[in-house]
Write a protein that binds this ligand. Structure first.
Ligand code: GLY
Length: 421
């Protein structure tokens, strides 16, 4: 099978690394890929947002399966176009991708399907939204409907903050069209659990659970980031709790999408708040997490390429997806200044020395090759990942690898997996 992976970050490097080990995959392509991916796949030029180009490349290269990494091209209809061209695609069509692309769509789907979620209402009128706020009081959450690069959910501790958020979104259009409609929902408390599952339209196959670290600094301080590290398994969450989230939230969501004539084919990445009433659905992403994928892939056994094809073609009930008992930990090494302004083009040393350690793989996230030298090219630069028998020694091994890698201004959190350790 010839497989094309769309994307060029750490998540896509982890996907390519796993797919390259799959017996069913005879040729692996990535668009655009990155210098790390180039070690396991042929990288092709192009943008993840150029749907015409991607379809043309997939046709030209006689690709059997496309695996889409990021959400934006899925929400924009990349999978629809690939399927229309007869190419099996791992990733949902635009309609079911609204589960991530539209908070209004997803919350209304949860309500109709009886999926547990925080009480909410949807608005496009600022006056009506503010009247609702005054009835509900604070704390409360105001969410933009569309994709806002992770910034669309505003936690409001006071009524004044909530009214300001409504003004910014609906009156001032702070997020443009993405904020034309909003969801206002009750603020729930509890630990947040991320669950991943392959969905082929009907069959739901759970993957390992992973926890990421969103804040830039140790102790969950500092600014929000795309994720500074991740680990798996997550001992805080029992198998029974994970199964409850799959049974009461993920399966009914997948069923509701299929019943509406929009079968979901790809990975559902659900965020759940664990409350006294059980898991409450916060949101779904229509893609793998980053950096969660960097710790999921080392824990999936067997032919992952076959599992992706079965997901794309509605045959998940015919493959076995085995999960290992190993632990995995990923430490993100970021550019100095990230998530604010940072320099790029800085030479990176010690990559081979880090990967010489047993069980270590360094996933490239924001790197570029200049005259044969790997240099920094993004905020999150590397996902230094270790796999081992237990979480404690695995985290220590990941930091041993981090300490072998150098680039000017590099920073990472030193407390990855603190909740578990
Ligand atoms: N790490 C969070 C995400 O991928 O959305």
């Amino acid at each position: 099978m010839q497989v094309l992976v769309i994307g060029g970050g750490g998540r896509e490097h982890a996907l390519c690394w796993r797919l390259a080990q799959s017996p069913s995959v005879t040729r692996l392509l990535a668009l655009p890929g990155n210098p790390g991916i180039a070690a396991v796949a042929t990288c092709l030029p192009g943008s993840v947002d150029d749907i015409d180009h991607i379809v043309a490349v997939a046709r030209r290269e006689s690709v059997d399966l496309v695996v889409v990494g990021p959400e934006a091209p899925l929400v924009a209809g990349l999978a629809d176009r690939l399927r229309a061209a007869g190419i099996a695609t791992f990733g949902p069509d635009a309609a079911p991708a609204q589960i991530e692309g539209s908070k209004v769509f997803s919350k209304e789907l949860f309500r109709a399907a009886g999926v547990p979620t925080a009480a909410f209402e949807c608005f496009d009128s600022s006056a009506e939204a503010k009247a609702y706020l005054r009835r509900m009081g604070a704390p409360i959450v105001v969410k933009a409907d569309g994709l806002c690069a992770g910034k669309g959910a505003i936690m409001c501790a006071t009524l004044a903050e909530a009214e300001l958020a409504v003004t910014q979104l609906l009156d001032e259009r702070a997020f443009g069209a993405a904020g034309e409609r909003i969801v206002i929902e009750a603020c729930l408390n509890g630990p947040e659990m991320s669950v991943f599952a392959l969905v082929d339209g009907e069959t739901v196959v759970p993957l390992p659970v992973a926890q990421d670290h969103k804040r830039a600094l140790d102790g969950d301080r500092g600014l929000n980031t795309g994720g500074m590290g991740a680990y798996s398994p997550v001992p805080l969450f029992s198998d029974a709790l994970i199964e409850q989230a799959i049974e009461t939230c993920v399966k009914p969501t997948a069923r509701a999408l299929a019943e509406r004539g929009m079968p979901y084919r790809g990975v559902l990445f659900g965020g759940f708040l664990i409350t006294d009433e059980g898991p409450q659905t916060l949101e779904y992403n229509c893609r793998f997490g980053d950096p969660e994928t960097q710790v999921l892939m080392p824990r999936i056994e067997g032919d992952f390429g076959e599992a992706c094809l079965a997901t794309a073609t509605g045959q998940l009930d015919q493959v076995e997806v085995r999960l290992s008992n190993k632990a995995a930990a990923c430490v993100v090494m970021a550019s100095g200044g990230y998530p604010e302004a940072y320099a790029t083009g800085l030479p990176i040393g010690g990559l081979a020395e880090a990967e010489a350690l047993d069980g270590v793989v360094v996933f490239h996230a924001g790197t570029r090759l200049v005259d044969g030298q790997v240099v920094t090219a993004g905020g999150r630069v590397l996902g230094v990942t270790a796999t081992g028998d237990d979480l404690r020694s695995t985290v220590a091994r990941a930091y041993e690898a981090v300490d072998r890698i150098t680039f000017e201004g590099a920073h990472c959190r030193r407390d990855i997996a603190w909740q578990a350790l």
